[in-house]
Design a binder for this molecule. Structure first.
Ligand code: GLU
Length: 607
């Protein structure tokens, strides 16, 4: 179905409101938001997210005097309703904040952690002694569920920098959950993609497969149980999630997955205990920061690999004048830089609470200069390329080691990102996830939300040399890359994307499009994408292959179309950004097409 007809159906659904078909909706309910606008310019604050209900929730908070942090939490909570397969309180994420009063960028690492009793062989099937198959065993399991960090992230962000209470900012999302939202094509498709997994749990199929089918496009989908859960959090705060009945139910769901008898899925049990939930803590830390052509680019430090990998790539690319090159030449440099940076991510990056991560070196200009020596401007290197030597580098070449690394890539194309700027110039860039689209597939019975399967981001087999080896209490390495860009100390851009390990290249490619290749922010987001993550072939969108394939093959690159068994759609990422223009106006820029398109809104649109 074309998007226009989705809109027509959605419009019909809104009309029904006036006919009294939904008398249970409170008189104060805001109208349902269905119109997706990819670009909006104006003043007073801006929100960009993947969903119009979510962006509208953020705008409502901004309009009523809330700041960017309040609006970001409101938007995220609404995404938990309308994008429940990508994000929600059963998962985790990374929150980045630029504070206009201090000029500082701060971050919260709200990544899920491995439970305290997680064994090193958590992903080994005891009945065979072999690793579980990634799908279906591992992805649909209690064993892959990490201790969720999202509720703690929201509370910490509000405590540190917000101006409103959790209770206030949860209000719009609670209303969306109880009055319902209009099902679009993406929601229906994602539900159907998960049908077998969801059918394995009555709690999940009751919610997302009523009458055995995914909700139809244009239908109204309500989640009263999630509305109740949000009301509980509003009333009692995060302790209602991390302690008490709800915590016990989360632990019970993980340790004794509530699977139906006739499912073929094995659903291995997991380890999250009530103590794990009670002990969960977010980590506040400094962002990574690199200078790229006079811009300060702030990224997420480990446990995400987003900041180091993007920062290193930018430091390598800073050695070349991309803007003077033919597009294919610039793209060749982009591929070679990211291959080198992904080699180093694989070798050095994990949770810094467990691994000595050389974050400073990986983001240093000198190291980037050394790594640039391995970049042949004329010819693609054979992949995978070797990681660099972090002990011996001087910017003079060469720093590569002799050990080639193979990037293990089991991440998929899930997750969601939102960017917010308020009228005071505060900026939020926040990426959150439940890992796979549909997470573990398990809804906590009666609570209306899915649990994550984030621990699949650990390496499956334990290797004591691997920085991303599984350990109790550890955070699995992420690729999430919320980013804020400053020029002369003033913010100019908040940006991020979903897309598993392609998140980093997606954000990076969009920055190159914007700052090197002469595109405005909307063009930079819409342009076709490709991702080289130190693998033999570059993953690319079909349009990218059409435009640049033969020119890049001349450099020795092999391009394969995006899409795999998890994500058959041939697209990479879905950027949501807000740009702060030189005249002080804001441009919210959302993904125009991918995943059904995003939603850009401003408080006061320019005339
Ligand atoms: N688990 C992924 C990560 O942290 C995000 C989920 C996805 O997009 O696949 O990087």
């Amino acid at each position: 179905m074309q998007r226009s007809s989705v809109r027509a159906l959605a419009g019909a659904a809104i009309l029904c409101l006036g006919l009294g078909a939904f008398s249970a909706i409170p008189a104060s309910a805001e109208p349902r938001q269905t119109e997706k606008t990819p670009t909006a310019t104006g003043t007073g604050g801006a929100v960009s997210s993947v969903d119009p209900e979510a962006s509208a929730a953020g705008i409502e908070v901004l309009r009523k005097g809330g700041n960017a942090v309040d609006a970001a939490v409101a938007t995220a909570a609404a995404l938990g309703v309308t994008e429940p397969y990508s994000a929600g309180i059963g998962g985790g994420g990374y929150f980045m904040y630029y504070d206009a009063a201090t000029g500082k960028v701060n971050t919260i690492d709200g990544r899920e952690t491995a439970p305290a009793s997680t064994p090193h062989d958590a992903f080994i099937d005891p009945s065979t002694g072999e690793p579980y198959n990634f799908t279906p065993e591992l992805v649909t399991s209690g064993a892959a569920v990490g201790v969720p960090g999202t509720v703690a992230t929201w509370q910490r962000a509000l405590d540190n920098w917000g101006s409103q209470s959790l209770k206030q900012v949860l209000r719009p999302a609670t209303q969306v959950a109880s009055r319902g939202f209009v099902v679009d094509e993406t929601f229906r498709e994602q539900t159907l993609d998960n049908k077998e997994r969801f059918e394995a749990f009555a709690s999940t199929s009751d919610l997302f497969l009523p009458d055995g089918d995914a909700p139809q496009v244009g239908a109204i989908f309500k989640n009263p149980e999630l509305a109740d859960t949000y009301r509980l959090l509003a009333k009692e705060g995060p302790k209602a999630f991390y302690q008490g009945d709800l915590a016990a139910e989360i632990s019970q769901t993980v340790q004794a997955p509530p699977k139906v008898e006739d499912t073929k899925l094995p659903v291995p049990a997991g380890f999250v205990s009530t103590d794990d939930l009670a002990n969960y803590e977010v980590a506040e830390q400094k962002p990574t920061s690199v200078d790229y052509r006079g811009l300060d680019v702030f990224g997420m430090a480990p446990s995400s690999s987003g900041g180091t990998t993007m920062g290193e790539s930018l430091n390598i690319l800073g050695n070349y004048d991309l803007s003077s090159m033919e597009p294919a030449d610039a793209l060749h440099h982009y591929f070679e830089a990211t291959a080198l940076a992904y080699a180093d991510r694989g070798k050095y990056v994990g949770d810094p609470a467990f691994v000595d991560v050389p974050t400073k070196t990986l983001t240093s200009k000198l190291f980037g200069d050394d790594r640039a020596c391995a970049l042949n401007p004329e010819q693609a290197a054979t992949k995978p390329v070797a990681p660099g030597d972090i002990e011996n580098f001087d910017g003079q070449c060469p720093a590569a080691t002799t050990e080639p690394a193979v990037e293990q890539d089991t991440e998929n194309m899930s997750t969601t990102h939102l960017s917010v700027v308020d009228r005071w110039g505060n900026v939020v860039s926040y990426t959150l996830t439940i890992e796979q689209t549909g997470g573990s597939g398990m809804v906590v019975p009666g609570r209306g939300f899915l649990l994550n399967n984030e621990l699949t981001d650990f390496s499956t087999v334990y290797d004591p040399e691997d920085p991303n080896r599984i350990e109790p209490g550890k955070r699995p390495r992420s690729s999430m890359a919320p980013t804020i860009v400053l020029r002369d100390g003033e913010p100019v851009l908040a940006i991020g994307s979903p897309g598993g390990s392609t998140i980093i290249t997606t954000v990076l490619q969009t920055l190159l499009n914007r700052y090197d290749l002469g595109m405005d922010i909307s063009q930079a987001i819409a342009a076709p994408r490709a991702s080289q993550r130190n693998t033999a072939a570059v993953t690319a969108e079909p349009e990218f292959i059409t435009q640049y394939g033969s020119a890049l093959e001349a450099f020795g690159h092999k391009l394969t179309p995006a899409g795999d068994s998890f994500t058959p759609q041939a697209e990479i990422g879905a950027v949501e950004a807000v740009e702060i223009n030189a005249d002080g106006t804001l441009t919210a820029a959302a993904e125009p097409v991918r995943r059904g398109g995003g939603s850009a809104m401003v408080v006061a649109p320019a005339k």
